[in-house]
Design a protein around this ligand. Structure first.
Ligand SMILES: Nc1ncnc2c1ncn2[C@@H]1O[C@H](COP(=O)(O)OP(=O)(O)OP(=O)(O)O)[C@@H](O)[C@H]1O
Length: 263
């Protein structure tokens, strides 16, 4: 098995009663790549991503992180293993400030007894670090680190969510439709941020229905259909029409001159 794969799924199965959401799904994510996952509604993309991020336990199959078999019992398990997920709607807490959002659920405590016994927060360290992390990701337009997130634009808010994931992820950032609710300018900012995250050496999984966005940023595109992976293509070898045709079953991926599985 290739050591360049940071995250792998093999033969994953998940059934809900009579519905088979994952039907022997495979998945391969390489280090430092943006892998888009596309598929029609109900193809099983969310189920796959939930299995990889600890939000759901598959009935069978194997997941490997850095070549080692793992079984996540919860999203916290996955986070502790360096896999962060940005969900479309649960991205941030609107009434909290930017720094608080970044550290939600993993607040920094003051050193020594003040932190360990009295649970006092180290606000200064969190603010300084938040500023640094946002500046690393090119989000310098956000001036006030304590500004409530609900007063930010949709793009900035999504930026905070992506920054949060990127700041804590050691291996993988999974993003579920990060540009779905955004305008053109804001989408651009988030797409650039996704590329920055990749360029910093992390691997990104991007679930999206937006073909132009997918074709712009993805290094490879995983196509899901009827609960399983049917092809992995590259923007350089396939067109958007090819992708849609494979997704809907109108084209057999094997019939394309570039084949069904990109190197
Ligand atoms: N918790 C659940 N209970 C019952 N059925 C479910 C559940 N979650 C998913 N399914 C079913 O599994 C199938 C795959 O759903 P999934 O959400 O993974 O697809 P998807 O590709 O993400 O779709 P979309 O693009 O519409 O979000 C669907 O038929 C769906 O109805």
């Amino acid at each position: 098995m290739s050591i360049t794969n940071v995250l792998e799924g093999r033969n994953l199965v998940k059934r809900y009663g009579h519905v088979t959401a994952m039907d022997g799904a495979d998945f391969d994510l390489r280090r430092g790549e943006i892998l888009a996952v596309i598929g029609d509604n109900g193809a099983g993309k969310s189920s796959l991503i939930k299995a990889l991020s600890g939000a759901m336990i598959p009935d069978s199959g194997e997941i490997k992180l850095d070549g080692n078999p793992i079984s996540f019992k919860s999203p916290m398990d996955a986070r502790n293993s360096g896999i962060e997920t940005v969900y479309q709607n649960l991205a941030v807490s609107p009434s909290l400030g930017i720094a608080n959002n970044l550290y939600l659920g993993r607040e920094r405590r003051r050193p020594g007894i003040l932190g360990s016994v009295f649970r006092m927060l180290d606000r200064k360290a969190m603010e300084d670090e938040a500023k640094q992390k946002l500046s690393d990701l090119g989000l310098l337009t956000i001036q006030n680190i304590n500004q409530a997130v609900e007063t930010l634009s949709g793009g900035q808010r999504q930026g905070v969510a992506v920054a949060r994931a990127a700041a804590f992820a050691k291996h993988v950032v999974i993003m579920d439709e990060p540009t779905a609710a955004l305008g053109v300018k804001e989408s651009r900012r988030v797409l650039n941020l996704i590329k920055d995250v990749r360029d910093r050496g992390l691997s990104v999984v991007l679930i999206s229905h937006n073909m132009p966005h997918v074709f712009e940023v993805a290094d490879r595109i995983h196509i899901h259909r009827l609960g399983k992976r049917v092809a992995v293509i590259k923007p350089s070898t396939h067109t958007m029409n090819d992708a849609v045709a494979i997704m809907t079953g109108a084209m057999n991926p094997e019939d394309h001159q570039a084949g069904a599985f990109a190197e």
